[in-house]
Design a binder for this molecule. Structure first.
Ligand code: G3P
Ligand code: CA
Length: 339
């Protein structure tokens, strides 16, 4: 299949005749070990051998795409203490309200639960005990880092940028896709032969990327675990044969929540699989589910090994987003699915 063949090329591995090598996508970098989306997390992901490294992208006040998961700054930075009074009426601090020069002043830490102030994932990097100087990066800085490592290590890690909240940005009079695409092109990511998957959760924006904005590279439609996205994208409808058929004319692959593929209905019980991977495969689409987290397994899933086995052996997905690229790669090597 065209998609699988390109995956193998992009990963820099030979396409085995019968068993394509599943891709390991470092989710927000090696975020199981270092604060998400920091350059340290990206460099470590590269060192751990990730095939692709993810960038979530939002815009600054001066229209610079920066690598952050949320349109808010509160959960991963010291914005509330550094810029008191700059929150909106809802009490949140928005990336869009800060210039790049201001964003550069923020200290980035591991994700916290805003209600409790406690780390979202206890046991991961602890910035209270180890307050290293992590900073927000621009998209360009991250591409420079990854391409620099590609050269110095001699192995190409691809990129997996996501246009975050395009409808919300456009409601604010801003257009992240319009800013991001020229940067990607300038750094050599513009065609399906380039090691890049562009992704988005909003169907209207995916259509726009392929149509009006003329994105010729690989494109992935993300499929959330909930009912609908803010732009009205109906995820359940996308998972039907008609939905997948529509997507097959638009994108190269899908990135569904793991629960769209497999669930464990009861403790100690067997996993139950949907037909989503089969539908996608028959339509020529690749499947990269999210997110494998060793410390936050799906409900009732007994172990990380069980999760990997369900996704790679039974469902036969083409790759996964993982917070622990080393552990996913190690499992694939043990299974004989990775050199
Ligand atoms: O983009 C796919 C994966 O990253 C999961 O989504 O919410 O972590 O950006 P999210
Ligand atoms: Ca993402």
């Amino acid at each position: 299949m065209k998609f699988v063949f390109l995956l193998c090329l992009a990963a820099g591995v030979a396409a085995a005749a019968s068993a394509p090598v599943p891709l390991v996508v470092a989710h927000r970098g090696a975020s199981g070990y270092l604060p998400e989306h920091t350059q340290a997390a990206k460099a470590y992901a590269h060192a751990l051998g990730a095939d692709f490294i993810e960038q979530d992208l939002v815009l600054s006040k001066d229209d610079v795409p920066v690598v952050l998961h949320d349109v808010h700054l509160d959960a991963v930075s010291d914005v509330a203490t550094r810029f008191p009074g700059r929150q909106r009426a809802d009490g949140r601090f928005y990336v869009l309200d800060f210039t790049l020069a201001e964003l550069r002043q923020l200290a980035v830490h591991e994700r916290i639960n805003l209600r409790t102030g406690a780390p979202a994932y206890p046991g991961r990097y602890d910035s209270q005990r180890s307050p290293a100087a992590f900073r927000i990066s621009t998209l360009e800085e991250e591409l420079q880092l990854i391409q620099g490592l590609n050269r110095s290590i001699g192995r190409v890690a691809g990129i997996y940028p996501e246009i975050k909240a395009p409808k919300w940005h456009r409601d604010q009079g801003r257009d992240p896709s319009l800013v991001v695409l020229p940067i990607l092109a300038r750094y050599g990511y513009a065609t399906k032969a380039d090691p890049c998957f562009l992704q988005c959760f909003e169907l209207a924006e995916v259509r726009r990327l392929r149509g009006e904005l003329g994105w010729k590279g690989r494109l992935v439609m993300l499929i959330g675990g909930g009912a609908k996205e803010v732009d009205g994208t109906d995820y359940a409808a996308l998972c039907t044969p008609a939905g997948i058929k529509e997507l097959s004319g638009l994108v190269d692959g899908i990135g569904p929540a793991i629960g769209r593929i497999v669930t464990w209905p009861s403790a100690g019980g067997a996993p139950v699989f949907t037909d989503l991977v089969r539908l996608a495969r028959e339509a020529g689409l690749g499947v990269h589910p999210y997110t494998v987290r060793a410390d936050d397994l799906p409900r009732h899933c007994p172990s990380l090994d069980a999760l990997h086995e369900a996704l790679f052996i039974t469902a036969r997905v083409d790759g996964v987003f993982t917070d622990f690229p080393d552990r996913t790669s190690a499992w694939l090597r043990r299974a004989g699915s990775r050199p």
